[in-house]
Design a protein around this ligand. Sequence first.
Ligand SMILES: *Cc1c(COP(=O)(O)O)cnc(C)c1O
Length: 459
Amino acid sequence: MKTLFSQLPAIDSLLREPAMQALRVQYGHQQTTDTLRALQQEAREQILAQQQLPAWCSDWPQAAAARLQRQQSTALKPVLNLTGTVLHTNLGRALLCEEAVAAVTQVMRSAVTLEYALEEGERGHRDRALAELLCQLTGAEDACIVNNNAAAVLLMLAALAPGKEVVVSRGELVEIGGAFRIPDVMKQAGCTLTEVGTTNRTHLKDYRQALTENTALLMKVHTSNYQIAGFTCSVAESELATLGEECGVPVIVDLGSGSLIDLSQYGLPAEPMPQQLIADGVSLVSFSGDKLLGGPQAGIIVGKKALIARLQQHPLKRALRVDKMTLAALEATLQRYLQPETLAVQLPTLRLLTRTPHSIAEQAGRLLPVLRQACGAHFLVEIAPCLSQIGSGSLPVDRLPSFALTLTPHDGSGSRLQQLAADWRKREVPVTGRLSAGKLWLDLRCLEDEELFIRMISL
Ligand SMILES: *Cc1c(COP(=O)(O)O)cnc(C)c1O
């Protein structure tokens, strides 16, 4: 063992090797030295454990280069999303349109008019330009942009109802996931939740009877991720808005996803539209930027000018405000909506959601022989119909017909399947599918870059 230890080169002499000199130039002296020390320690441990030198000891510069390169690679890796969920929260939700990508790149490189009004040559407001666009698109009086929709809900409650009562239907006390629960958010905002109605039925009179002089808001939450079926009754936003108007209590709506266009025109499940709620007389509506809107993570609040002003003035707004990159991406995304004819082509989220089963099946036909070539030895590769999900709190029952390539191990071995999935997760661009019923499913709905897919599975 002693002789094995003596075969480990000294760090100093390693650093003098020409190949190491090149790494020092590329990665810096400190990082290169630290990496060599770490490798040497690993070699020592392996000698102790296995009485042999690790194989990589034959080429220290190469081992160091590989390690240094790995350290440089970022943790946020592009992946091929073949899970069948279009707005996958764990995979970063919406893909942004090219105009948004360009806009973000531009503002990253340059000083920008973030809070600067060019015409007056004085300080402006960072939400101003977007507010105008949002008013145009929704018919609202004003708008406020924050970090995400959870922040939007928190800000509305904290700014408009601290120490006061907020009336919500028992059927709408939702949990979104990631510990976002309406009763908890109320508590954080310092509001008292007044629950009305029952799980399945809430009537207008329930809201009316719950009003006290301490009521600050009437609130509706879009029950996006579940459905109560059967003997049900809920109060329409327009009716609640009329009651709010009568009693002088603002009505706010947490819409969750929300869509600025009527999705049913594409044969997709209809989602409530913020502009409809504004027309119905709702005081404030909040929705996400990176769900069906197809933009960056953001929370958008549109509605009455006086209420938006109170949100803008609240100290929490400062903590929840978005940066120039988000504003640039959101503005470029919203501008697409001024030209709705081209949306289904230009907005990746809508483009993927509106792909026809026919075109996905054709793609599956093209890729089948390639996948058979790559995996046919151990797996039966087939095309199978499947159902994609919109994702991000859209109704789980609203599924989109799609097609998948499926892999079934010839020997029925679950571990072989797990191994393949794990192997694909390690690729330069990981391929993520879905394991179900003894098969690996690759739903092709979100696959646009076929060449990349072929490269990743053919390694
Ligand atoms: C998704 C959702 C939220 C949270 O929105 P984020 O943008 O993810 O913070 C809140 N309320 C509802 C109803 C939602 O669907």
